[in-house]
Structures are given as C-alpha cells and as structure tokens.
Design a protein around this ligand. Sequence first.
Ligand SMILES: Cc1cc2nc3c(=O)[nH]c(=O)nc-3n(C[C@H](O)[C@H](O)[C@H](O)COP(=O)(O)OP(=O)(O)OC[C@H]3O[C@@H](n4cnc5c(N)ncnc54)[C@H](O)[C@@H]3O)c2cc1C
Length: 368
Amino acid sequence: MTDAFAKPELRDLVRNFTRREIVPHLADWERAGEVPRELHRKAAELGLLGIGFAEEVGGEGGDLTDSIVVTEEIIQSGGSSGLIAALFTHGIALPHIVDSGDRDLIDRFVRPTLRGELIGCLAITEPDGGSDVAGIRTTAKADGDAYVVNGTKLFITSGARADFATTAVRTEDGVRLVVVAKDGGFTVTRTLEKMGWHCSDTAELSFVDVRVPRTHDVGGFLALMRHFAAERISLAVQCYATAQRCLDLTLAWVRDRHTFGRPLASRQLVRHRLAEMARQVDVARTYVRHTALRVASGEQLVTEVAMAKNTAVAACDHIVDQAVQLHGGLGYLRDAEVERHYRDARIMGIGGGTTEIMNEIIAKQLGV
Ligand SMILES: Cc1cc2nc3c(=O)[nH]c(=O)nc-3n(C[C@H](O)[C@H](O)[C@H](O)COP(=O)(O)OP(=O)(O)OC[C@H]3O[C@@H](n4cnc5c(N)ncnc54)[C@H](O)[C@@H]3O)c2cc1C
C-alpha cells in the first residue's frame, strides 16, 4: 500500500525551514507573544503558505495530506502547535473567501496572504459563548449596498496582527460570514494572555458601526460548518504530532538519565509507560490520517472527524503529562521543550469545538 503521507521532499523542505527559521527564535517569540511578519514572508517564499490552495487563487496546489505533512514535520522538528496556529491561521481564514469565487476578494485578500504580505483571522467566538455558533450576536444590518456590523469577538487567533477578519455575523437571512478589513473596520480592544500558545497572539476585536460592502459576504452557516472539518483534522494532527515529539524527547531522556545506578529506561514501570504512550500516539495517528484521507477524497464527514479530534486530544493530554512526569524536575522548567508542549496541549480540547461538543455530535449520530 502506498503511503499518502510519505512525501520525503516536502518533509525535508519543512524540516530544514523549521530548524533554520523557527527553532532558534521560538523562545523569543514565546516571550514576545507573537511571531514576526517576516516569518510569513519566508514561509511563503518556500511555498509553504500556499499548500492546500489552488494555483488559480495564488496557492501551490496539494491537498489536506500535504498540509498534514507540513504540520507533522514542523512539530517533529522542534516547532510547536502554537507556532502552527500563528503561522497558518490563513488555513481557517481563507477557505470561505476562496469558495465564494469572488475574484476581487481573492485578489485583495487571498493572494497577498498566501504571499505572506497579509495576515487573516477567523472571528466566530463571542464573549457570550463559542460552542453555540448558531447563537452569535454580532449583527450585520443591511444598509444600501453595505452591512453595518456591530459586536465583539473574543479569543481570536492572530487577531492582534490581522489585516482582515473573516467574521461570523447575524443578518436578516441568518448567520453569514463577511470579510472585514482592519483598515477602517474593527479595532483590537485586548490582547489576551494565555496558559500556552504564547507565540500565537489571541485578541478581542470590537466592531462599532463598521460598514462592510455586501460583496464581502462569502457564505452562510452551512459553509461555516463545512470548513470545521479541516480545522478539527488540523488540530487532531497537532495533537498526535505533539504527542510523538514528546514521546521521542522522553525516549532520549530515559536512556540517558540514571537513577539508583541504572538508566530510567531499564525500569519496567518506565518501559510500560513508554509502551502505552507509543500505543496511544499510533492509534491516534492512524485514525486521524484515515479520516483525513476520506475528507481529502471529498467525503463530508462530521462524526468521524469529531471522533478523530477527541481520540487525538485524549492521547496528547496523556502523553504530554507523562513526558513531563518522566523528565522529573526538568520537565517543569521553562526551558524544557516538554513543558511548553504540556501547556500548549491544553487548548486542544477547547479550540475548534470542545471535547463535549464533539461528543454531542457523536451522540446525535447514535440517535440519542
Ligand atoms: C487560544 C484560543 C484560540 C482560539 N482561537 C479562535 C479563533 O481563531 N476564532 C474563533 O472564533 N474562536 C477561537 N477560540 C475560541 C474557541 O473556539 C472557544 O473557546 C470554544 O469554541 C469554546 O467556546 P467558549 O469558550 O465560549 O465556551 P462555552 O461555549 O461557554 O463552553 C464552556 C464549557 O461548557 C461546555 N459546553 C457548552 N455547551 C455544552 C453542551 N451543550 N453540553 C455539554 N457541555 C457543553 C463546553 O464544552 C465547555 O467545556 C479560541 C480559543 C482559545 C482559548
């Protein structure tokens, strides 16, 4: 059976990029609370930002399997899920604009973003709640050829740096997505401090009587829901990739570390913990990749994607915790890579639809 995820050339490219352009700077970006725009330009020059987007809209082609390989390889080479969230936010901000097929919007927002010149974000969640997407309160009132948008968005990834926001609003026709430019549009009212994902800026955005051309309407509620699948798969990949990285770091550590005159790796308790970590990461990777292949081939999966996300989140939660534990005191220090993964991992069961909301989806499929 051919391995759709082998892609050795793409892996080499991403590994070299990560080791050269990301790893030496990641600790600084974690302290700064954001990644520099320059990184977007460098990633674009190598074609990494355009992966998964058609050439007709300025992308490099490829599909979900290519995006997955990029994510796996960045984390496996010493990057992080926070870095992925910050550098690849366009993965959630652009697909609706692309799907709208509007040439002007594609020229104004999609192409420059894929060239690393603009940063976009996806603004759905509000202070009153994120899980109930149908209940959003930000309004868009029709006024001639414009919408007038009022409301607040919370927890928006890359929101502090964003040049535009693909924004969920409530119109007379229900929930819709409109593209709002920062210039003359929304304001960043707060940059939020978080437990993890420190290099990924997260913001509160305010919209006060913002006039948005009606031509910036790029789709309705169903389109919004459809693209959740790719976002959830991406988060699931970040989970098993983080888990694999933590397992690898821990394997190296337990071989080196001696206690009571013997390497940690010689203790049965430790070996069985490692075996359990390896089992969980492999099950998660296998199921997530299998589900991703089905999504990439055009199947509209919702339940399986929810199962994939929850499986990968559970594996990641367990493995980052075990990795810190097996590293002892070192695992608790800021300089330890496993410490960063431990903090970064906590968002995975919250972002992109919580574990409970995934279970609601699964339960509905069961008819209960
Ligand atoms: C770092 C970070 C980055 C984010 N990035 C973005 C972004 O880029 N764009 C964006 O739009 N949003 C983003 N979010 C928001 C994220 O998607 C929401 O936090 C998430 O959907 C949960 O919404 P909430 O926080 O309002 O929690 P709530 O919806 O208030 O839920 C609170 C708790 O109740 C549970 N719950 C809710 N409803 C039910 C139910 N029916 N049954 C059982 N349990 C239930 C939830 O699972 C959760 O545990 C981000 C959040 C964080 C922290």
